[in-house]
Design a protein around this ligand. Sequence first.
Ligand code: AMP
Length: 191
Amino acid sequence: MIGAPGAGKGTQAVRIAERFGVTHLSSGDLLRRHVADQTSIGRQIERYLAAGELVPDSIVMDVLRKPIVTASAAGGYVLDGFPRTVEQAETAYKVAVDLGVAVQAVVHLVVPRDELVRRLLERGRDSGRSDDNAAVITRRLEIYEAKTLPMLDYYSAREQVVSVDGAGPLDEVTEAVINALDRIRALLAEG
Ligand code: AMP
């Protein structure tokens, strides 16, 4: 699941995972859990999260590898927030090959920038997330455009990218994502 901060990746990924009976894996949630639990790795992660910077790849992989292996053995997963750069996509590909699995679909949730900012500021007021404030939001959107959007070209050339309008009501977005994934499943089944 690819989308800018505020695009609704987390909310939609939970719903999609439930619908298809697979595990939801959010890199942001796993990283935030380390910070909350004050693990040794969590202390390194904290400042990157607060600044809206990407956590270094080696730390992200340390945190994600085991959950990916477990979820893969349990029947599959929806990845939310990872990969986030072309380099991470290449690493994710290698991990998947090792596990004998493949990316089946990449969902790109598209939301206009002013709506993203509106949602993130609202979430910041409600949840108190350290990175949902105006300065850090600007930085996260900048990183998304510079580092994550190029990854879409990477996947467009290799996999099935479906772009879904993420600006509408939650339930309509979920339905659009599920319809798109059902179409891909039918295509995959046909070979
Ligand atoms: P998210 O919950 O997806 O919005 O991610 C929140 C923050 O976690 C990001 O701003 C990054 O600091 C960090 N993060 C999440 N996923 C990754 C990733 N794949 N690579 C590097 N940093 C990440």
